[in-house]
Design a binder for this molecule. Structure first.
Ligand code: NAD
Length: 318
């Protein structure tokens, strides 16, 4: 596997733009397919002058044509933050469902390896801890979050069907909460929200008591795992995330520490279907891909705070 020419759907998004950057750093040619529905061109501006970077502005739920050779498809296009998918529920089902179908068809036509970005949300509100890939999940199929969770579950089923029926070299990664620079301060996910609030001197809003746990993976670690999966021939699903389980209230405290903020913590209403615990079992990724996260929460938050602060400063100037 050489990553000669790689299609990255959702390549302008938070994770996708880091994937594109790492592929370019490794010498690959990159075709980014995105329609900027949950991102802006700012994320990929630095790559536009690079001859090895091509941008196709297109909806991945429609048939995707990429002329020329493609050896790898990394399918990341899908609204991923709760703010986005609750705002566009049907579009999320389309992106996660039809978008995955189109990406698989593209991979089949090019005889390419494809890795599909699934999510820890397929486990729903898990009754098994930590979550292993063998756990089938506990998802409310009609709750507000189901547009994301069920689209991803359907995407996994499609991916497996393409492997079985058409022999496509598919891989599924189940990504757990990942954070880092280029997250939008207003995207509604926990880390950028806390950072934005701390940097603005506003109260950090914690849903419920904040005893629910999350596992937070720094983006560079995640990209390394995703590319290790793409370079392998494993079908997955493989969990990628940081197994260090931390409570939401603890994350809020660490954000205050990292930013030196004087913001208080404010408890607000619990969210519907908010998972109580979320922690990956990553033994499979360790065994198959020799992968584990290396960046501590403290260092990751520090690096992310700089980027969120930069965006906020820019917003104040305009
Ligand atoms: P993001 O919203 O920053 O990026 C998604 C990108 O896909 C955006 O650039 C958006 O414009 C694009 N997109 C969405 N629907 C599209 C469509 N129909 N056509 C073309 N482009 C479209 O989100 P992210 O955090 O970078 O997530 C990327 C992928 O990783 C998603 O599939 C998400 O489900 C998965 N994931 C992310 C996390 C995380 O913590 N960041 C966790 C689990 C899974």
């Amino acid at each position: 596997m050489t990553f000669e020419r790689v299609v990255v759907t959702g390549g302008a998004g938070f994770l996708g733009s880091h994937v594109c950057a790492e592929l370019l750093r490794r010498g690959s040619r990159v075709v980014c397919v995105d329609d900027f529905r949950t991102s802006t061109a700012d994320n990929i501006e630095a790559f536009l002058a690079d001859q090895r970077f091509e941008l196709g502005v297109a909806d991945v739920a429609e048939p995707i044509e990429v002329p020329g050779d493609v050896d790898t498809v990394l399918h990341l296009a899908c609204p991923a933050s709760p703010v986005d998918y609750l705002r566009m529920p049907i579009e999320t089902l389309r992106s996660g469902g039809f978008g995955t179908l189109r990406a698989l068809e593209l991979a089949a036509r090019h005889d390419a390896r494809i890795v599909v970005a699934s999510t820890s949300e397929v486990y729903g509100d898990p009754v098994e801890h930590p979550q292993r890939e063998t756990y089938w999940g506990n998802v409310n199929p009609i709750g507000p979050r189901s547009v994301y969770d069920e689209a991803k579950r359907f995407g996994e089923a499609l991916t497996e069907a393409f492997r079985r029926e058409h022999g496509v070299r598919t891989g599924i990664v189940r990504i757990f909460n990942t954070y880092g620079p280029r997250m939008r301060p207003g995207d509604g996910r926990m880390v950028p929200t806390f950072l934005r609030q701390a940097l603005a001197g506003e109260p950090l809003t914690v849903h419920g008591k904040g005893e629910q746990t999350r596992s937070l993976c720094y983006v560079d670690d995640l990209v390394r795992g995703l590319l290790a999966m793409a370079a392998s021939d494993h079908a997955g699903p493989v969990n990628l995330g940081n197994p260090e389980e931390v409570t939401v209230i603890e994350v809020a405290r660490r954000v205050i520490e990292v930013t030196g903020s004087r913001s208080p913590i404010e408890h607000v209403e619990p969210m519907q279907d908010d998972p109580r615990r979320r922690c990956p079992d990553i033994r499979l990724a360790q065994r198959l891909l020799a992968w584990k996260p290396e960046i501590s929460l403290y260092d990751g938050l520090r690096m992310t705070a700089g980027s969120v602060g930069h965006v906020l400063a820019g917003q104040r100037l305009t």
